[in-house]
Unconditional design. Structure first.
Lengths: 275, 110
């Protein structure tokens, strides 16, 4: 048994040298190897035979590395880079607010409220962006199903993030309003915008959480998130500035693009696959 | 023996179907598939794990490490809600393929 332990330790070293370096992956593969060896020994094989045969069944480091590299394909990197982009933009917002905080132009509560609501809206726009990317891939026959899955997954992850951030941000906003105006709600147009965003994002996140939706239907939620936030943010700004209805066309174009994408998403599903 | 291309194509559907019956781990999944197919369906054992990891990244399954009586750890996988949806989709697709083949072979040998 001691010899077997040494052989397994050598095997781990060879696997690590061959590119399988993650300890958790090696632990899992080692567990498998040990079970296979034990089964073979119980079936009558010698330790040496059992080790050799179990190793052959498990596969070489090269073949395993090739298969594991597919796990972290372009779709996986997409999620990582999108989160880094989110962090980058969130950091810029945080630095901007920190400067105003140190200048005494905003208090801590208001700065945190602005940060959370802004990053929530950013998350919702990213959810919409990934959903739009997914619809575009539906119309391109040369995209891997893995990339499509990751786009759909990224969209719902950012939708969930948007919902959580806006809930906390909205509560902080209510507390700040209470501190400054003696009541939680002043019917301000920005508050109504926030409430619209909160209601929409939480409703979409709840649908995603409790309904069993397929990939295509799920991306509609991401498009819905960016649509809701578009109206909650820019729509309410237009209302706040008393802009006449004729000057609302950018928002109408924005909504139109979303509806076209939603229609394209479902139209594509009914098209026969290209040969 | 079933060719490796077909084994690879059916891997996700097999894993989702097995996990829909309850939590399991890599070695047990391979053994069960082997037993249920009378040894006709065989993976190169190590190839199962990248598939499991990819399915976990897809949000279909989740995993947890469990400490065994011998002190070693074992990684168990279970189905998530999105995995159930994926299983429904894959079941529909495989049944369609099965239906077409059954129909064609029925005509051929009628």
């Amino acid at each position: 048994m001691r010899k077997l332990d040494e052989q397994i330790a050598e095997w781990r070293t060879r696997m690590a040298a061959g590119g399988i370096k993650t300890p958790a992956v090696l632990d899992e593969l080692e567990g498998h190897l040990r079970e296979e060896i034990r089964a073979r020994i119980m079936a009558g094989a010698t330790d040496e035979q059992a080790f050799r045969e179990a190793l052959a069944r498990l596969g070489s480091a090269d073949s395993l590395r090739n298969e594991f590299s597919k796990v972290h394909d372009s779709g996986g990197r997409l999620l990582t880079w999108s989160f880094r982009l989110w962090l980058g933009v969130a950091s810029i917002v945080a630095i901007f607010l920190a400067r105003r905080l140190f200048d005494g132009r905003v208090g801590t509560l208001l700065a945190m409220h602005i940060f959370l609501v802004t990053t929530s809206y950013l998350s919702a726009f990213m959810a919409g962006g990934f959903a739009a990317g997914y619809v575009c891939t539906q119309w391109s026959g040369e995209v891997s199903s893995s990339l499509k899955r990751r786009l759909s997954l990224a969209s719902i992850r950012f939708l969930d993030l948007a919902a959580v951030l806006i809930v906390v941000g909205f509560i902080l906003g209510l507390l700040w309003t209470d501190q400054h105006y003696g009541r939680y709600w002043t019917k301000n147009v920005r508050e109504i915008g926030g409430l619209t965003g909160l209601t929409g994002l939480v409703a979409l996140a709840a649908v995603r959480r409790f309904a069993r939706l397929n990939e295509e239907t799920r991306v509609v939620l991401g498009l819905g998130a960016s649509l809701v936030v578009g109206f909650a943010w820019f729509g309410m700004l237009l209302v706040a500035q008393n802009r006449p209805l004729g000057s609302w066309w950018p928002l109408e174009v924005y909504a139109g693009i979303h509806f076209v994408l939603i229609v394209l998403n479902f139209v594509r599903r009914q098209r026969p696959a290209a040969s | 023996m079933i060719p490796k291309e077909l084994v690879a194509a059916s891997a996700e559907a097999l894993i989702l179907s097995l996990l829909s019956k309850g939590e399991s781990y890599g070695y047990a999944i391979i053994q069960e598939v082997r037993a249920r197919s009378d040894n006709h369906l065989q993976w190169t054992d190590g190839m199962l794990y990248p598939v499991l990891h990819r399915m976990e990244n897809n949000g279909w399954i989740k995993s947890r490490w469990v400490k065994m009586e011998n002190g070693r750890k074992r990684k168990y996988y279970s189905l998530k809600k999105d995995g159930k949806t994926a299983l429904d989709e894959q079941r529909t697709q495989w049944l369609k393929v099965h239906g077409v083949l059954t129909q064609l072979w029925g005509e051929q040998y009628a």
